[in-house]
Design a protein around this ligand. Structure first.
Ligand SMILES: [Zn+2]
Length: 410
């Protein structure tokens, strides 16, 4: 342990400034001290002290700076003072991110700069299961993912977990999730005790949003919204560069905003919610009014049935195409409400449900154009993003990188 550590733990300003230096370097890639001072707004003395501490701790390293101007490096070298820049050390820490869906668990392992080192997906039937059973699958998936990345579990500085449902990330408590039998689960602590590593949990749509902010289409955009279409319909919003969290730490529950009075029954128990028309269970329910759909009570079989319905639409099944078009219209109205409220610079759609976008997108865009205030319509492009659970798990790893403090715990 580095001398002075107890003081630093009690020093929130120092911690905040250290975080600022690390985040600035992460975004920039590399920076000279003078540029770091300008970018963070900290004093030169503070930047010198923090960078010296981070160099000692092995968190950052010195490297040759890229020449700021053509020929500038030559001049500096002639003077005998090559420009020195600072960058994060990729191997300063390793973290893992996990996405728990009802039919599978995805794991990614990254280094300190967020580069993917390995990922793994295992099948799971995580639908209203005891937390201890879900924890078993998670541990198996995590051990496989860590091994495939060539690191040891004991090298992992923390694990981020993306869960569907109402999650209080600060408290590490799951208030309700379709994966658990228990209504209230202190899941972060349960997993942390089991793995012997720090564990952070959050709502999965929030972590899909963090993935967009760190690695995807939201990079460098201060105001954007991500809508996720899966077993439920979720949402994350970055406002002024920060992920929006309600007073109870929950994410934004776009899927349960009402779109139709006394409409379709939602799994939340209320009626007319957006997800009651759009989520996979809603599509299966609609399809089953035309012909029986097998296996809907089993999450893996239900996912397979959902894929078969999509294939039927591709094969020209007009009834299925109508169901998707109806869902698209509902989504378009919902997105227009979101754009009218938040005025984001970008809206992205992701999740397994975007595989059906060839059938819902035209109706979605029509409803969007009809219901968005004209001034905001041009300024908020809605883009459909390719989806993979490993991307969400990458966002869960970013949650850990966001919260790591140095020196690291062993
Ligand atoms: Zn609902």
């Amino acid at each position: 342990m580095v001398t002075g550590e107890p003081e630093r733990v009690l020093d929130p300003v120092g911690r905040f400034n250290r975080r600022r230096v690390i985040d600035t370097l992460r975004i920039a890639g590399r920076m000279a001290r003078v540029e770091l001072t300008a970018a963070t707004g900290l004093s030169p003395a503070t930047v010198t002290a923090i960078t010296a501490e981070l160099l000692r701790a092995g968190v950052i390293e010195e490297t040759a700076a890229e020449p700021a101007l053509e020929g500038a490096e030559e001049v500096e070298v002639r003077r005998g003072r090559p420009r020195v820049a600072l960058q994060l050390r990729p191997d300063a820490a390793y973290v893992a991110g996990v996405k728990i869906s009802m039919h599978q668990i995805a794991v990614t392992v990254t280094n300190f700069t967020g580069d993917l080192l390995g990922s793994e997906i295992i099948e799971a039937r995580a639908s209203r299961r005891p937390a201890a059973e879900v924890a078993d699958w998670l541990e198996t998936a995590l051990r496989q993912g860590v091994a495939s990345a060539g690191v040891r579990l004991s090298d992992i500085q923390g694990v981020g977990m993306a869960l569907p449902g109402f999650i209080d990330g600060e408290a590490g408590v799951c208030h309700w999730s379709p994966v658990f039998e228990e209504p209230l689960t202190p899941f972060a602590e349960l997993m942390s005790v089991r793995l012997g590593r720090p564990v952070f949990i959050d709502n999965d749509a929030n972590l899909a949003t963090l993935a967009e902010q760190w690695f995807g289409a939201g990079k460098g955009i201060p105001n954007f919204v991500v809508v996720t279409i899966e077993h439920g319909v979720g949402m994350g919003a970055v406002i002024g560069g920060r992920l929006l969290r309600g007073a109870r730490g929950f994410g934004a529950e776009f899927g349960h905003t009402k779109i139709q009075r006394s409409g379709a029954l939602c799994r939340c128990g209320q009626r007319g919610c957006i997800e009651a028309y759009l989520a996979d269970y809603a599509i299966l329910r609609e399809a089953s009014t035309r012909a029986p759909v097998e296996g809907v009570s089993d999450p893996v079989l239900a996912h397979q049935a959902w894929r078969r319905l999509l294939e039927a639409a591709h094969a020209g099944d007009m009834g299925m195409r109508e169901i998707y078009a109806r869902a698209g219209e509902i989504l378009g109205v919902g997105l227009a409400n979101l754009i009218n409220v938040f005025g984001p610079e970008l809206v992205t759609l992701t999740g397994a449900g975007v595989a059906a976008s060839p059938f819902f997108e035209p109706a979605m865009r029509e409803a969007l154009a009809l219901n968005t205030l004209s001034a905001s319509a041009d300024q908020a492009p809605v883009i459909i993003r390719p989806n993979a659970d490993s991307v969400w798990a990458h966002g869960a790893a970013a949650l850990v990188l966001e919260r790591l403090d140095f020196p690291l715990a062993s």
